[in-house]
Structure formats: C-alpha cells, structure tokens
Design a protein. Structure first.
Lengths: 609, 256
C-alpha cells in the first residue's frame, strides 16, 4: 500500500514537471508561425546550383508549398528536415524544405513570393533576386577579383566624407562585411587606395559585430580611424582588404534519385571535418571622393601653425613669487579635438626682460587620437626688475565648422619679484685657458656658453669602459672572499660553541688522539723488536687511558690501583704487570707475544673509550 | 742546448722591450693629440678639438679629462646633447669632480633642462655616488669578517658583539639599498638630437606623445627595430628612434 502511494506521487510529480517544462512553451511555439525563404548563393554560374531553403517555424506538420513557375529556372526537390530546440525553457520547432535551383541560361532572375499553406492559413515569403553567370566562371563572391555588390559574400562600407582642409583630422569608419555562410580569414588590414590622403594607423583588433543586410547575416569588422588630406583637390579613394574564404567542399550532385543523400548533409560539410577549400579574395569598397579645400589665406594669423579643429588654451605659471634669475615653469595647456601634431606651443613674446628656453610637450589623448590635451612646459627666467607680469600668450587655429581662423589669447599673469639686489644674470667667468684679454673667437653658428670651468690639462688614466664599481672583478673577488671567510668563520664559531657546551666531546677526542699516538709508538717498538721500549710504551698507553678515564694523574697509576679497579680477567693487568717488572728487572718477549700484546692493547683500550 | 735557451730568453726580453716601447710611444701620441686638442679648444676651434678628443677616446679608451674636455667642446659648439652625454660619462669615472658637475649643471641650466624635484629618499641616496655606496658594502663585509676573525682569538663582551654585528648588518643593508637605487640612474641614455619626439608606437607614422629636449636623460626599457621604449626624467613613456639617443655607459671604446 505504501509503495503504491509512493509510485502514484512520483507519477504526479513527473507529470507536473513535464507540463511545467514543455506545456506553455509548446503552446507558445505552436502559436506563432513564420515562413522564410533563403537562397545559398545570390550569384552562381550556370553549371552550378544554389540551394533554396523554405523554413516554416512554429508548426512542423501539414505544410503545402506552392512553387512558382519561372522561365529558365528549374527546382529540384531535395526533401525536408525538421528541428526542435529548447533554449531556456523556450521551445522552437521548424521544418526546412530544400530545393536545388538551377538555371538554363545566364541572366538575372527573381523568385517571387512563394505561397506556403500551414494549418489552413497561407503565408508568403519575400521575393529573392539572384544572378546566374555563364558556365565556367567563378562565383563572384569568392573570386580573386574585387566584388562589392551588397548581398555578396564580402564587401566594404565606409562612412561618408565631405569637404575638408589640408591637415584636418577627419573621423572615418571602415566596415568589412563577411557572410556568415562561410568562414573567412583576414589577411590584411584595410588598405587605402588613392593619393593625397593619409590614414592613421588601424588597430589590429577591430570591433566585431553582426548585421543583417538584405535578409542575410554578416560578420562585420569595424575600424574607427581618421583620414587627413595632404593637398587641396578632389581625391578619389577606396579601401581594399585581403581575406581568405574557407569554402566547404559540398559533395553535391544532381542525383536522379532526389532527396537528401548522406553526403549532402550540412553536418558532414562542416569545416570541422576539414572538407573545405581556401579561396583568396580581395574586397574593395566603392570609390568615394575626399574633397580637400585650400585653407583661406585671408586673415590667416601670423602664429598659425596648421592646427585645424576646435581647441581651448589655458596658461599657468609657477611660482609667481620669484627672484630675478630664478626659473619659472610656464604651463600652456591646449585641449580639444583636431590635428594635435600641428599644435605647437604659443610663442613667448621676445623681450630683453625675459630669458626663455625651448618648451617640452606632452600629449594625452582622450579615447580618440584626435581628441585630447597637449601640455607644453617652458622654463622662463626674469632678467629684469621691471617685470610685473607674465605677458599674454596666443594660439591660433582654423575651425573647419565655422570655416574661419580663431585666436585664443591667455590673460597676463601677475609676477611678484622678491626683494633682491637688482641685477641682470651674473656674468660667468671665462675659461682660464682662453687668453684673458682677448675675446674668444666666435663662429657664426656656435653659441658659446660662458662660465664653463676650464678644460683639464692632464689626460689622467684611461679606462676600457664605463662600468660601475660593483662590476669590477677585483671588487667582486674581495666580496666573494669576505663572504667565504664569513661562512667559514660562522661554521668554526658554531663548532667552537658546540665544544664549549659539550666538554665530553673534547675529552673523548683527546683520549682518542692520545691512544692513537701511544699505539703508534707501541707498534713501532714492536716492529723494531725493541722489547724494553715496547713494554714502556704499552705501560704509558695503559696509564694515559685509565688516568683520563678515572681522572687520576696517569703517571701516578700503579699496578695495585689497576688491579683494584679492573676485573681480574682483563688482560691489560697482565701487560701492565709485565711492563712494571721489565721496568725494574728487565724482560724478554717473543715477537709473537709482542704482537699479541699489541692486539690486546688496541682492543681493550679502544673498548675503554 | 745552452745556446738555444739563451736565444729563447733573448727573444722574450726583446718582445717585452718592444711592447713596452710601443705602449710608451702610443701614450706619447695620445698626449700629443690631447695637447693639440687643448690648443684647438683654446683657439675656439671646437670642431677640431672635438675630432681630436674623439680620436683619443677611440684609440686609448675613456679618460675623465678627455671626456670632460670633449664635453666642454661640445657645449661651446652648441651640441648640448653630446655635451651632457660626455659630462655624464666623465662623472661616472670621477663622481666627485666639481668641475664636471658644475659645468654639467651650467649647461643644463642654460638650456632649460631643469631637473625633476627629488623626493627625500632620493635626496638621501644621492648623498653618495653609486661607487661610494658599493664601497660601503665592501667596507661592511670587511669589517664584519675582521671582527669575526678577532673573536676567534679574543673574547669580547656580548654587548660589543651585538653592537658591532648590528652596525655592520645595517651598514650592509643601507649600502646595498643605496647601490640598487643609484644603479637605476647609472646608465641612462641622452637625447642627442634637437628634434626628438616620443611616439606612441615604434613606427614613424604613429602619433607623437610629445617632444624631448636635447640633453634630456632617458632610461631605455626595451627596443623594437630601430626604436627604443624609454622613460624620461619626468616619467613620460614612449618610443624614440634609437639613433637619437646615446647610452652613457658604453663598454666598448668608441667616441661620440
């Protein structure tokens, strides 16, 4: 019973979910019916065919198509395909009826409105005009020649031009259209064809959009640039663009069997499977006339430098409280739109009261290259106490909208001279090497600087190059040596500290070294067969090791001390005993015995370590 | 056998003598050329003086005095950019020479090349030259090494150890920072053309950012074709034709 209830609930949930997901969408999908006819090529040769697709969206059943009768045109039915898609819960259903369109002779044709009856209602498609070229000619859209008919595979549109002036910056837009039916690779940026006009550099990455032209979708590449006329006159210009079309290799054949064959399926013709042909194309825009008018010579200001546009002038100076001879920075800011390349700093009036230096300029654009602000900075120095203000400066330009010259003039800026000894700029001392009485010979073109310190009379040392000291090999060597020494010292220091903290390590090392030394003497005496020395060294070795072990003066150790502290079976006692006897009474040992004693000494004393 | 050895020694001795004589003679030639250049400068024949000083630089290498005299000649000849270039080069070799720094300031002032206001930190590091900061690094290293060596033999108080160690470490850090900061400004290039412009892109046809005064120092960052991407003293960035700038530090011997 419980299981049945769960099953029933599940069914209800699934039904609600299904209706919630597809129900309203399905109704909506069936509620709107649209009919569209498209032709794959609007221009094709007589020996090829174009595909006519009539798409009915909304209802996918019971459609009747009434194809018109056109002289010289034959329609071959290639079946139909249906598609259902659900995107974001919105379902759409469409059915496409495919026909191949073939012409019997070249010429211009129009497929009139096609009547499509869907569910008892009749709908009409838009008429389609197309062109059929003679057999053997390539399709115009992707031929190597230029092609500019809109509705083709690729074409260029440009913005309109008017009357302009030499040097004027004219904003200009170039749009390249590529049909979405093919993939295309761009091989170049648009090139300007024509004389008397220059184009500013184009961006490598144009804006990419999609547009519908004559019911066909196009990929659109847009370049925003600017043109500028060099000389007066009417200049015909156009733009060209090199591209490569990737044309799918359709395995189309006018099959007598009719209908869609497997190989005509658009899926298999997709470039994904690499079945495409590369066709280079050159797209050229329609020619436009760029008319450049001469600048009016009447009323042209003297300080006009060729600036055309609309500008504003601001002038500032800092500081305004100065002493004579103290430099001030004059800032001239020209902002607006126009040809900033021709904008030059306003000329500072020539005056004996002022010393001026050549100005620097800095241009910052505002989004577009022909809009921005150009800032000039000029150092100026007051030379006379008579100065009370910075003179006004003016800047002239030609306004193409108003078609007249405009001069902007700044206001004079008050200057306050601080109290100082009124003087002109100090006259510097002439170089010593020059004859003191005679004025230095001056050439007409060489403006000499007075006050330079005299030249040096000694050559000094020569250097192979100008390098910083830290690149000197000696310095690097000294530094490396110091670093190595430091590292070594650090290691030694750590070791020293370690020994200080652990004296037993040092004692152990001392014992080991002493034992090695004693055993070496014993072995040498054994090799030489010198029994008294052998026994004497053996005795010393035992005393040294046991003395260090028991913290007793080694020489004070006697046989009784050793016997009292060591086990009786230790052979060291025997050796020590023999050695003691030999010291007072003499003894003889065989080589074999000495060898045995040496081994015993080594073994037992090392065990004591 | 002895005869062969004698011949060998004789050949070596002769070679050494010949080389020494050549070096002495070459030095003599440069001294004479230097004297002639100085005389030409005194007569106001700056073109001739420049040519002779440049010849010395090309053959013998860089000398503070030759570079300084060459810079003076350029300054008197109205070639501000090359004058500043050679003053800067001379200053790299003799940073404390007041004649060089004085003349450099005068030429810059005369041509309106006023320096950018330095920050406090920059002013502090400008107290010493790059080589002086580098010397301080060596000094700090030698001091700390010597002190550590001494501690191996002698026992010093803990306070003294800490004091000396900290002082040397701080000196080392400061000197390293000074070296790094000063090195940033050690190898600029100088604008040697009166008509230099900064461009947005490394192409003649690209837009101009602004003009660069002759004699301005710029710091090249990278290059593309015939253009260099530079930052100038006022922090402006842009591309400039490489032919219009000349590097101050040049390892190869060549006059400018």
């Amino acid at each position: 019973m419980r299981q049945q209830l769960i099953f029933f609930k599940t069914i209800i949930c699934l039904a609600v979910l299904f209706l919630g997901t597809f129900g309203p969408c399905t109704l909506r999908a069936y509620a709107e019916v649209t009919v569209e006819a498209t032709l794959s090529h609007l221009s094709f040769p007589q020996d090829k065919a174009a595909r006519l697709t009539i798409t009915v969206t909304g209802r996918s059943r019971n459609t009747a198509i009434d194809l018109p009768q056109i002289d010289g045109i034959r329609f071959h039915n290639r079946g139909k395909s249906s598609q259902i898609s659900v995107v974001n819960r919105a379902m759409s259903s469409s059915i496409s009826h495919n026909y191949l369109v073939q012409a019997e002779k070249p010429g211009a044709y129009t497929i009139p409105s096609i009547g499509v009856t869907v569910g008892g209602e009749t709908y009409s498609t838009q008429p389609i005009t197309f062109e059929v070229s003679p057999s053997g000619q390539q399709v115009r859209g992707y031929s190597g020649k230029t092609d500019q008919q809109e509705g083709e595979i690729a074409f260029i549109r440009t913005s309109k031009t008017g009357n302009h002036y030499p040097g004027e910056i004219v904003p200009f837009t170039i749009k390249a259209y590529f049909t979405q039916a093919y993939r295309a690779d761009i091989n170049s940026l648009p090139n300007l064809r024509g004389d008397g006009v220059v184009m500013s550099q184009l961006h490598d990455k144009p804006t990419q959009t999609e547009e519908l032209v004559n019911n066909r979708k196009y990929h659109v590449l847009t370049w925003d640039t600017s043109l500028s006329g060099i000389k007066a006159g009417e200049h015909p210009i156009s733009f060209s663009l090199d591209a490569t079309l990737l044309i799918p290799q359709k395995r189309r054949s006018l099959s007598p069997f009719g209908g869609n064959t497997l190989f005509e399926d658009s899926f298999l013709n997709d470039s994904f499977f690499g079945s495409h042909q590369r066709k280079p194309i050159v797209s050229v825009s329609p020619e436009v006339i760029f008319n450049v008018l001469p600048l009016p010579t009447a009323d042209q200001p003297d300080n006009f430098t060729g600036a055309i546009g609309d500008f504003d002038l601001k002038v500032g100076v800092t500081p305004v409280d100065v002493e004579i001879g103290e430099p001030m920075t004059l800032t001239m800011e020209i902002s607006g739109t126009g040809n900033f390349d021709r904008v030059e700093a306003p000329v500072f009036p020539d005056s004996a009261n002022w010393k001026t230096y050549s100005p620097t300029s800095d241009f910052s654009e505002q989004g577009r290259r022909y809009a921005g602000t150009k800032v000039f900075e000029q150092a100026v120095v007051v030379r006379s106490g008579a100065v009370t203000e910075m003179p006004s400066l003016s800047f002239s330009y030609f306004n193409p909208q108003e078609k007249r010259y405009i001069t902007k003039t700044s206001e004079a800026v008050a200057i306050h001279l601080k109290d100082s000894v009124p003087q002109t700029i100090a006259q510097p001392v002439k170089p010593v090497v020059r004859p003191a009485q005679e004025p230095a010979p001056e050439t007409a073109t060489a403006p000499t600087i007075e006050g330079l310190a005299p030249i040096h009379l000694d050559t000094g040392s020569y250097h192979a190059g100008i390098l910083p000291l830290f690149k000197n090999i000696w310095l690097i060597s000294i530094c490396l040596l110091c670093v190595l020494l430091l590292l070594t010292l650090f290691v030694l220091k750590i070791r020293q500290r370690n020994i200080e903290n652990h004296p037993e390590i040092q004692l152990q090392r001392q014992k080991k070294l002493l034992l090695e030394s004693d055993l070496k003497k014993v072995a040498q005496a054994q090799t030489e067969g010198d029994v008294p020395s052998f026994l004497s060294f053996a005795r010393t070795a035992i005393q040294n090791q046991l003395g260090l072990l028991w913290n007793i003066e080694p020489a004070a150790l006697s046989l009784s001390d050793i016997r009292s502290r060591l086990d009786t079976d230790v052979q060291l006692i025997e050796i020590f005993s023999v050695a003691e006897e030999a010291a007072y009474g003499g003894a003889t040992l065989t080589n074999q015995k000495m060898q045995d004693y040496t081994i015993t000494l080594k073994t037992e004393l090392e065990e004591l370590l | 056998m002895k005869r062969t050895g004698f011949r060998c020694y004789f050949s070596i001795l002769l070679t050494i003598l010949l080389l020494s004589a050549t070096a002495v003679l070459a030095g003599k030639v440069e001294d004479n050329l230097f004297q002639e250049a100085n005389e030409a400068y005194s007569r106001g024949e700056y073109d001739q003086a420049i040519s002779k000083y440049q010849k010395i630089t090309e053959t013998a290498g860089y000398s503070t005095s030759v570079l300084y005299n060459l810079a003076n000649s350029f300054a008197q000849n109205g070639q501000t950019g090359r004058a500043i270039l050679n003053y800067e080069r001379a200053l790299r070799l003799s940073p404390s020479d007041s004649d060089i720094s004085g003349n450099l300031q005068l030429v810059k002032k005369e041509n309106g090349l006023f320096p950018k206001e330095s920050s406090r930190v920059e002013r502090f590091f400008q107290l010493l030259s790059l080589n002086q900061w580098t010397s301080l690094i060596v000094l700090a290293l030698v001091l700390v090494t010597t002190y550590l060596l001494a501690t191996m033999k002698y026992q010093f108080s803990r306070q003294l150890n800490i004091g000396v160690g900290t002082s040397c470490f701080l000196l080392l850090c400061l000197a390293t920072a000074g070296t790094l900061v000063r090195y940033q400004y050690f190898s600029p290039s100088v604008v040697i053309s009166p008509e230099a412009k900064l461009f947005i892109s490394p192409f003649e046809s690209s837009g101009s950012i602004g003009a660069l005064q002759e004699g301005r120092l710029v710091y090249p960052q990278k290059s593309h074709g015939d253009f260099s991407y530079v930052i100038d003293e006022t922090d402006r960035k842009g591309w400039i034709p490489s032919a219009l700038i000349e590097p101050v530090c040049k390892p190869a011997r060549s006059g400018s």
